[in-house]
Design a protein around this ligand. Structure first.
Ligand SMILES: *Cc1c(COP(=O)(O)O)cnc(C)c1O
Length: 231
């Protein structure tokens, strides 16, 4: 499988990011594209790298592992973006440069201890659920602040921001309020933890412009770059 129009897709996405950034007085340089290659063959990783994208996201540890084996651990920066089971924490620490889905204190503890055992610190984002949707994982609501503070203090983790997913809806106001709420949570968390995690991982193919307007620094894009997925 090849991705013939990938370069023009990347260019068009970059333009849309630039315009969204401009609308909110931000710099497009502060927004990084994570190309989501899940369910695509390893050729997709090579294609996005050739198109100038060096950050690649996978949502399953097993699939991440298979791709790392084929193209190499340092071929790109690997992002793990999907829910992670604790029994896969060790592998995740080994294979991911940034884990976006630190979605509970229990998982954070496990990741921290695995990282310490490996003599490293793993970079992570705390996944938050500000919409309260039951189907979405993540640290929730106001009790979230305490959980965030606790996770930030774990010795094997280096928390560099928050991640969220907007609900599946056409209603732009709902999407925007989730992204804005996540940005405010980052500010609240900063006043409790004493440091401000820099990153906000927000925005997918259908809502990345709203996310950029609301402060996203990492947009996770699959479909818009690589086309519809089968799986
Ligand atoms: C699949 C996935 C994406 C990319 O979704 P698209 O709509 O294809 O851009 C982003 N984030 C997460 C967590 C995903 O699982």
């Amino acid at each position: 499988m090849s991705y013939p129009d990938l370069e023009s897709r990347v260019e068009s996405v970059r333009e849309r990011i630039a315009r969204a950034a401009e609308r909110s007085g931000r710099s497009a340089d502060d927004v990084t594209i994570v190309a989501v290659t899940k369910t695509h063959p390893v050729e997709a990783v090579l294609a996005v790298r050739d198109a100038g994208l060096s950050e690649v996201g996978e949502n399953k540890v097993q699939e991440l592992e298979a791709k790392v084996e084929e193209v190499g651990r340092s071929a790109v920066r690997w992002h793990l973006i999907g829910h992670l089971q604790r029994n896969k924490a060790k592998k995740a620490v080994e294979l991911a440069d940034l884990i976006h889905s630190v979605d509970s204190v229990r998982l954070a503890r496990k990741l921290s201890s695995e990282a310490e055992a490996a003599g490293q610190r793993v970079e992570g984002l705390i996944q938050v659920n500000v919409s309260g949707e039951e189907s979405k994982g993540g640290v929730e609501g106001e009790e979230g602040i305490d959980a965030i503070a606790e996770i930030c203090s774990m010795p094997g983790l280096r928390i560099v921001g928050l991640m969220t997913m907007a609900p599946f809806t056409e209603d732009e106001r709902v999407i925007r309020s989730v992204f804005a709420g996540t940005r405010r949570l980052r500010e609240d968390a900063a006043s409790v933890t004493g440091f401000e995690p820099a990153h906000l991982s927000m925005g997918m193919s259908n809502d990345f412009e709203i996310a950029v307007e609301e402060g996203s620094t990492l947009v996770r894009l699959g479909t818009i770059l690589l086309g519809e997925r089968d799986g």
